[in-house]
Design a protein around this ligand. Structure first.
Ligand code: 13P
Ligand code: SF4
Length: 301
């Protein structure tokens, strides 16, 4: 532990704060977090939190989700402009237009979206819950927003439903190509290929396992293999390297970096605890409008 990490832990204890971090955060931040998780885990833990202050080391939609699920708590995001470009690709008006065009469909909204978009959706999902969420719905027709790649993956797993997609995507995952996965397989022919469903279908078609960041970590931990190509942001490979250093993990391409996730530094977390910046501010109306779709997701068995 370095000095800044020690000061963060002391201040966290003094203030009674809970620090949640996503797997894409740098390892020094993962080390000071109470809980490190995928988007689903972070939402669930935020809802269950006993602490009055939650520091969310991740991006804005994650901190907003924590606030929506926990309106009485103070939710802090250490870096104000840590956003998700995919979340900015769709507006509530786009969703309302889709609703008008497909009145018989359920609107399933990836958690990587704004609170206003969640508010006009029927239910949220994360990459680890999307298939379960879609299967749980009575409607045969699903409008899946905004990630076209996750949507196509879910459709492949739930062929009995009919899907309408939106043209959103993660610039980091969607930027990885068939060439990248083939090159990684050629360089590491004995490795298992573990890929996040935000990747393009042609990349997923070469995966041994497809799943959320948490799913990838669990698969690698349980697998008898000792070499893995990791098809998601490099924070996951770094965590694997620190949890099970006896195995080898190769990031599929060095373009697998989410610059928004990497904006948070230890000094930001320390300042956040010292000064209470930046607090997620939402009106009670914004919170209650978005609550249902997130809460429904968490309740899907
Ligand atoms: P997970 O829910 O798998 O952690 O994914 C979050 C994300 O932003 C992936 O790019
Ligand atoms: Fe958004 Fe992609 Fe970064 Fe995930 S990796 S937070 S989807 S930009």
């Amino acid at each position: 532990m370095n000095e800044t990490q020690k000061r963060i832990l002391a201040l966290k204890a003094e203030k009674g704060a809970l620090i949640l971090a996503h797997y894409y955060q740098t390892m020094d931040i993962q080390e000071i977090a109470d809980i490190v998780g995928d988007s689903f885990e972070l939402a669930k833990q935020a809802k269950a939190a006993g602490q009055q202050i939650i520091v969310l080391c991740g991006v804005k939609f994650m901190a907003e989700s924590a606030k929506i699920l926990n309106p009485g708590k103070t939710v802090l995001l250490p870096v104000l402009d840590a956003g998700c470009p995919m979340a900015d690709m769709i507006t509530p008006d786009d969703v309302l237009r889709l609703r008008k065009e497909h009145p018989d469909a359920a609107v399933v909204c990836y958690i990587n979206s704004s609170a206003a978009v969640k508010a006009v959706s029927d239910i949220c999902c994360t990459s680890s819950s999307a298939v379960r969420v879609v299967r749980s719905l009575p409607q045969k027709k699903i409008v899946f927003i905004p990630d076209k790649n996750l949507g196509a993956y879910v459709a492949s797993q739930v062929p009995e439903k009919e899907f309408v997609f939106y043209n959103g995507f993660c610039p980091v995952h969607n930027g990885v190509t068939l060439r990248d996965v083939l090159a990684a397989k050629e360089a590491h022919p004995g490795a298992k290929v573990l890929v996040h469903p935000e990747c393009r279908p042609e990349v997923l078609s070469h995966a041994d396992y497809i799943g959320s960041t948490k799913g990838i970590l669990e698969y690698a931990a349980a697998s008898g293999a000792d070499e893995f190509v990791i098809g998601t942001e490099k924070g996951v490979a770094e965590r694997l390297g620190s949890l099970a250093p006896d195995k080898r993990y190769y990031v599929m391409t060095d373009r697998f970096t989410c610059s928004d996730m990497k904006k948070t530094r230890l000094s930001d977390v320390l300042r956040c605890l010292e000064t209470g910046t930046y607090e997620i501010q939402m009106t009670p109306e914004e919170i209650s409008a978005a609550y249902q779709s997130l809460d429904r997701m968490i309740r899907v068995p």
